[in-house]
Design a protein around this ligand. Structure first.
Ligand code: NAX
Length: 336
């Protein structure tokens, strides 16, 4: 077992996703069974009791890898020396809340948290923003930590990626592990573009196999446009309608996978993550957009050189336009 523990800060640790994350991290599902972890739970005062209760249960889990648990409502203390920051806690949209109010409330959370990361986190800090609107919250946190390299700030679109894999596995009657090179482009919202045009099942193009199964290329295209894309993009609403509550275990699972692949590598395959753009595929510099990515040497890298059809590009651009609107609304608040 490695000797010095990795410090992992979880914001909103008293909430639903926090509760689903803590025990799996302590069990080694994120960084591996040879890496001790120290957990830092950041909550607001109203959430402290829930976080304290989770900490009691962590103690009762008697996890070999768990080197300690700290609970705080002070971002500076939460991020001091931390190696991995999972920014889960966010302000949800209340009834009648306008988008500007939502962005302002979240700027008041992610700005100070970004500044605290900039001020005190470890040199190898990696940040994943889960709390919505995740991409723009990551943009806000990143802007507040100008001295931290921008490749350390990401937002979660791995859940969307996994949802796409799940839908394809069902439609192709194939195991998830046989499907590769799926991509989520753009914003973690209903405008996202889940893209199967480069995807393969085994050695064959997914689009070809779908055409065989559905009775032709036209039928395959119709299924992708009218069923697959909207179902993946609106899966969060479907879960709420059926379950009566938003995605929790699948969101936690995706968060762990995002960090695990970031730290340990993707071994050649693609996944999807929202990362800071440097103009790749025409996305304005600085926006936090989802792309197909690979990870090696501890860094997510955008898969470059892919050809997008006109229709694919139009979908991606619509999602990027939404990210620009969100950025402009945040700028109008004087945050960026
Ligand atoms: P909960 O409401 O159960 O938990 C949120 C927790 O965050 C609460 O305990 C609250 O006290 C805490 N919190 C609020 N402000 C805070 C602050 N400034 N500092 C520290 N803690 C703070 O929500 P949950 O179901 O856990 O969802 C958390 C976030 O994930 C939401 O914003 C949700 O929209 C987002 N999601 C993002 C997904 C993604 O794929 N990117 C998917 C799942 C989820 O919808």
């Amino acid at each position: 077992m490695a000797s010095s523990p990795t410090t992992v800060t979880i914001t909103g640790a008293g909430g639903q996703i926090g509760y689903a994350l803590l025990f799996r991290i302590a069990a080694g599902d994120m960084l591996g069974s040879d890496r001790p972890v120290r957990l830092r739970l950041l909550e607001i005062p109203q959430g402290m009791k829930a976080a304290e209760g989770a900490a009691l249960e962590l103690q009762d889990g008697a996890f070999d890898l768990l080197a300690g648990v700290d609970i705080t409502d002070d971002p500076r203390a939460a991020f001091d020396g931390t190696n991995i920051a999972l920014l889960v806690g966010a302000r949800p949209r209340g009834p009648g809340m306008e988008r500007g109010d939502l962005l302002a409330a979240n700027a008041g959370i992610f700005g100070p948290q970004g500044a605290a990361i900039g001020a005190g986190a470890a040199d190898d800090i990696r940040v994943v923003v889960v709390g919505n609107p995740a991409n723009t919250n990551a943009l806000i946190a990143r802007a507040a930590a100008p001295d931290v390299p921008d490749d350390r700030f990401t937002a979660l679109t791995r859940l969307d990626h996994n949802r796409a894999l799940g839908q394809l596995a069902e439609a192709l009657d194939a195991p998830v592990w046989a499907i590769r090179d799926v991509a989520i482009w753009g914003n973690h919202s209903a405008t996202q573009f889940p893209d199967v045009s480069h995807a393969r099942v085994g050695s064959r193009l997914v689009t070809e196999v779908l055409a065989e199964r559905l009775g032709g290329a036209e039928a395959a295209r119709a299924w992708i446009d009218d069923t697959f894309i909207p179902r993946v993009a609106k899966r969060g609403a479907e879960i709420i309608a059926v379950r009566g509550s938003s995605s929790v275990a699948s969101a936690a699972n995706a968060t762990l996978a995002h960090v695990r692949d970031w730290v340990l590598g993707t071994r050649g395959g693609w996944t999807s993550a929202a990362v800071v753009s440097h103009g790749e595929y025409g996305v304005p510099e600085g926006l936090v957009s989802s792309y197909p990515v690979t990870s090696h040497d501890g860094t997510y890298r955008i898969v470059e050189g892919l050809t997008l059809s006109d229709a694919a590009r139009a979908r991606f651009e619509a999602s990027v336009a939404e990210l620009e609107d969100e950025r402009d609304a945040v700028r109008a608040l004087g945050v960026l």
